[in-house]
Design a protein around this ligand. Structure first.
Ligand SMILES: *Cc1c(COP(=O)(O)O)cnc(C)c1O
Length: 379
């Protein structure tokens, strides 16, 4: 509401208009304001006619001032042309896959986040997008899987939950030599841009579940897509705004605030995980450990499946809960949680057995974490 002669309006008008046209005063705030307005006023018809040059905001699905600051930060962080913030990691993966159509062929790593693999199965069954699986080891085996209709190679590294690492640069070089149009896509959720910058290694698209390390406090669901190049940026901008799983301003602000401490948190997750791993190596109840040397994710096999339930009940610091990447340490059993929708034979082939546990090492003191795991495993 125009501030002049405000007192001439009725209480209904004053209240209905409260806070409107007020954002001009907040430009110097240190923390980005949270813009919860779902829409923005236009001054006149010219404002609409010249929308692309003049105006940045009209309707919040398209853009909000808070989300814009977040997206620009994410694009810089991943060295990309443009970043899109979405309402979940799966929404981010769905946006990336909005580039494909029936008949297209995609090669994926065989060990993937359970939700991703479930979505790919659905794309295959319902939409006729075809998938081949690569075990992440030999490049010539990946080469043999490429077809004329191959549109993308999808990699998660390190993979979830068996921590396989893939050389992104080697994959991108080979794939682009075969066909520069094949997109190399990387789910960078586990390492984050602090440890891995796929776009600088030749990848075309990076995806995150921002629910994990990027937000890092187990208090928000979000996803991110970052692309390299104007063409991808334009195509995905259109799909993003059209389908609309965009991140709300409040969550954008929360994610932006969390990003401020990402480098610090990642360093400490690594330091803690390394300490926990050296304890697990000495623990007689533990058979085999998979830890790539950095980051906070550790998978391990216990010797005896029967101790697991008791172990979960005894934990006092670590929580038996899904998800990962937060301040609070979490332990999961992928066989019956994240990967339960995968065929049993496939799970066992990948090493996802009833004895496999996945630990997201949080930011508690490592002494307390080790003592907790030790007392839970002592039986
Ligand atoms: C959690 C996760 C996802 C899915 O993200 P949501 O935010 O749960 O939708 C995708 N990839 C990886 C590696 C994940 O850990």
């Amino acid at each position: 509401m125009d501030k002049r002669n405000q007192d001439r309006f009725a209480v209904e008008t004053i209240l209905a208009q409260a806070g409107n046209r007020n954002d001009g005063d907040s430009r110097e705030s240190i923390s980005t304001p949270i813009y919860l307005s779902s829409n923005y006023r236009h001054k006149d018809l010219d404002d609409i006619r010249n929308f692309d040059e003049h105006k940045q905001y009209s309707y919040s699905r398209l853009e909000t001032p808070t989300r814009k600051v977040l997206s620009e930060t994410l694009a810089t962080l991943e060295h990309g042309t443009q970043a899109f913030a979405l309402s979940s990691g799966m929404a981010a993966i769905q946006l990336a896959f909005s580039l494909f159509k029936t008949g297209d062929h995609i090669v994926t790593l065989d060990d993937l986040y359970g939700g991703t693999f479930r979505y790919f199965d659905q794309l295959d069954e319902q939409y006729g997008i075809r998938f081949s699986k690569w075990n992440g080891k030999k490049l010539d085996e990946l080469h043999d899987l490429l077809r004329p209709e191959t549109r993308a190679v999808w990699i998660e590294t390190p993979s979830n939950p068996t921590m396989k690492e893939v050389d992104i640069a080697a994959v991108a070089d080979m794939v682009h030599a075969v066909n520069p149009k094949i997109l190399v896509m990387v789910d960078n959720t586990f390492y984050t841009p602090i440890y891995q910058l796929p776009l600088t290694q030749g990848a075309d698209i990076v995806v995150h579940s921002a629910t994990k390390y990027l937000s890092g406090h187990n208090d928000l669901l979000g996803g991110v897509v970052v692309v390299r190049g104007q063409g991808l940026s334009e195509k995905l901008s259109f799909n993003y705004k059209t389908t609309g799983a965009t991140l709300a301003s409040f969550d954008s602000w929360l994610l932006l605030r969390s990003l401020k401490t990402l480098p610090l948190r990642m360093r400490e997750h690594t330091a803690n995980a390394q300490k926990v791993v050296s304890y697990l190596k000495r623990e007689t109840q533990v058979e085999k450990i998979m830890y790539p040397g950095k980051g906070g994710m550790v998978s391990f096999y216990v010797r005896d499946e029967d101790i697991i339930d008791k172990m979960f009940k005894r934990l006092r610091v670590v929580s038996f809960a899904e998800s990962l990447g937060g301040v609070e340490s979490l332990l999961t059993i992928p066989y019956i949680q994240t990967h339960r929708d995968m065929e049993e034979a496939e799970r066992l082939r990948l090493g996802i057995t009833p004895k496999l546990l996945r630990l997201s090492v949080g930011l508690e003191n490592a002494v307390d974490l080790i003592a907790d795991l030790k007392q839970a495993l002592a039986q």
